[in-house]
Ligand binder design. Sequence first.
Ligand code: FAD
Ligand code: N01
Length: 556
Amino acid sequence: MSAASSISGKGDAKNTETYDVVVVGAGFAGMYMLHRLRGQGLAVRVYEQGGDVGGTWYWNRYPGARCDIESMQYSYSFSNELQQEWEWSERYAPQPEILKYANHVADRFNLRPDIQFDTRVERAAFDERTHGWSVTTSDGKAVTAKYVVLATGCLSNARMPDIKGLPNFKGQVYHTGHWPHDQVDFTGLRVGVIGTGSSAIQSVPVIAAQARHLTVFQRTANFSIPARNAALTPEERDTFRSNYPEIRRIAREEMRNGIVQELPDRGALDDGDNARRAKYESRWAYGGLTFLSVYNNLVLDKTANDTAADFVRGKIAEIVSDPQTAKLLQPRDHPIGSKRICVDTDYYATFNRPNVTLVDIKSSPIETILPNAVRAGGKDHEVDALVLATGFDAMTGSVAKIDIRGREGQTLNAKWAEGPKTYLGLMSAGFPNLFIITGPGSPSVLSNMIVAIEQHVDWIADAIATMRDRGLDTIEASKDAEDKWVAHVNEVVHATLYPQANSWYMGANIPGKPQIFMPYIGGVNVYRQICNEVVAKGYEGFVMTATGWGRKVAVS
Ligand code: FAD
Ligand code: N01
C-alpha cells in the first residue's frame, strides 16, 4: 500500500496528501517502522534526506568503517527467513556489506515505493483542530498525517568543527560521517586526521597504509580494544542460525546492552592480581566490546575501573614502540567505558609506522588551518587532505534541525532547551502522536542498537494498533510521567562513572549544548520490562483520547 489510508482517506479540497503515519529517516529504524505499519494496513510515507536506505551505513563510508557488535547479532531479528538467508562474511561486517544488507532488506520487503529519498523533513506542526500533523518537506510540499515517527538517528548529524581557517584549506576536506560515494584515494598524499574517537580509530590504520604520510591530531586519547576481526566460518554462522530464537530472546530480555555475552558474577576487586590479569588477558585476546563485561562493577566503582584502565594503558605501552607516543595514546582523563569503548584493528600499532605522526592538540591546540597545513603549537604540519573524524551532534542533533511544533505552537527545541525531556524516550509531553525511535531517555546508544530499534518500533506499532482498535486517535505522554522518567534516568546514571567523562552521551562535545546524560543506562532488559508493564497497565503515563478519526480520507 502506498498512499491509500484506512484511518485517513481521500484527498481534501487542497489536494493535500494525507497519510496515517509519516516516518522521518530510512535507516534501520525507519525501514522496520515502515514494514511494521504497512503490515497493519496503514498508509505510510517515509522521507529520507539521503539518496537511499541505510542511514548510518549510507553516510559513514570512510575507510575501515564497520560495526563494533558482531554482525550475527547486529542484524534484524524480525524475520527468521531474513536472518537465516543472509550471509555475513566477517565477525564484524564492513560498511559496504552492512549497506548491502540494508538494500537487501529494502528489496526483500519492497520498502522503496513508500520512501521518498533526497527529501528532508523541515517542519512538523501539530494541528489541535484535526489532532494530526502537518509535515513540510524540502521539496516545498506539505502533507498531513495522524502520526509522525522520528527515525532520524542518534548519530546522523555530522558535526563540522569550528576550527579557525578551515575554509582556507586548499586540499580536500572529508567528514567521516558524510563520506563521498566515490572511492577516495589517498595514495601519495599527506593526510591529516582530526579526532581520535571510534571513526578515527577505525580509519587511521587504513589511511596510514595508503597515504604517503598521516598526521593524527589528538585532543583526547580513547580506550580501544582489538576487534580480532576474522572471516566467519560456516560452522559459526550455523551455530547462530540454529540457535537464533534463544539468542535473540536473551539479547532482548536478559542482556543490559542487547549483546549476548558471558555475564560476570563478580567485581574486579574480588579477584587477586593474577586472576584479574588473566581475565583481562583472555578478554583482550577475545576482542571487542565484551572486554568491559569481564566484571560486574567496572562502570560503578572507580577503583575497579582503574584496574581495567591500567591494563589497557599497559597494553598500549607494550604495543607502541616510542614511549612518548605511547604515553600520549594512554587515556587518563576518563574512566574506561564511560565513553563508548572503541574497537579497532591495529590502531595502536599504526603509530609504529614511519609514515605516521601523532600530534597532541590538547597541550598545543590547533591555532589555525592554513591552505596547506594545520598549525598547532606554533608548528605547521603540512597536509594535502584533511579528514574530520570529529563526531556528531548526537541524539538530539537531527531532531533539533526539524522545526517541530506541538500544542499551542510550542517548539520542541524550546522545550528541550535545558536538555531533552521524554517519557521512556518515546514521546515528549505536549507533542501528541509524535514518536521517537531510540530517543534520549531510552537505552539506545548504550546498546546493540538494532535490538533497541526493534523494541521501539514494535512498541510504537502496537500502540498505534491499540489506539485504532479502541477508536482512539490521540496519544500523549503526561507531564507527570515524563518528569518522573527524566528524574529516574538521571538518578540511575549518577550511580555510575559515566558522568565523569566529557562524552557525547552528555552533550559535552557540542559547545553550548546542555550537559545532560541523554541515554537511559538501566539496561535494555530492564527498560523493555518497564515498557511492557506500562502497556499492561493500560499505557500508564500516556493519555489516550478519542477525538474521532476525522474524515475518512485517501490521497489524491
Ligand atoms: P540512522 O541510521 O542514523 O538513520 C537516520 C536517517 O534519518 C538518516 O539516514 C538521516 O539522513 C535521516 N534523517 C535525519 N533527519 C532527517 C530529516 N529531517 N529528514 C529526512 N531524513 C532525515 N550501533 C550499534 O549498535 N553497533 C554498531 O556496530 C554501530 N556502529 C556504528 C558505526 C558508525 C560509524 C556510526 C556513526 C554509528 C554506529 N552505530 C552502531 C549506531 C548506528 O547509528 C545505529 O546502529 C543504527 O544504524 C541507527 O539506525 P537509525 O535508523 O536509528 O538511524
Ligand atoms: O565521534 P567522537 P566518532 N578539534 O565524538 C575530536 C559510533 N561509532 O565519529 O574527545 C579537535 O567519538 C574529539 O576530541 P575530544 C560510536 O557510538 C561507532 O569517532 O572532544 N578535535 C574526538 O576525539 C561512537 O562513539 C563505530 O577531545 C576535535 C573526536 O573528534 C560515535 O559513533 C565507528 C574537535 C570525535 O569523536 C561517535 O564516534 C564510528 C575539534 N574542534 C562511530 N571536535 C564503530 O566502531 C571534535 N574533536 C562501530
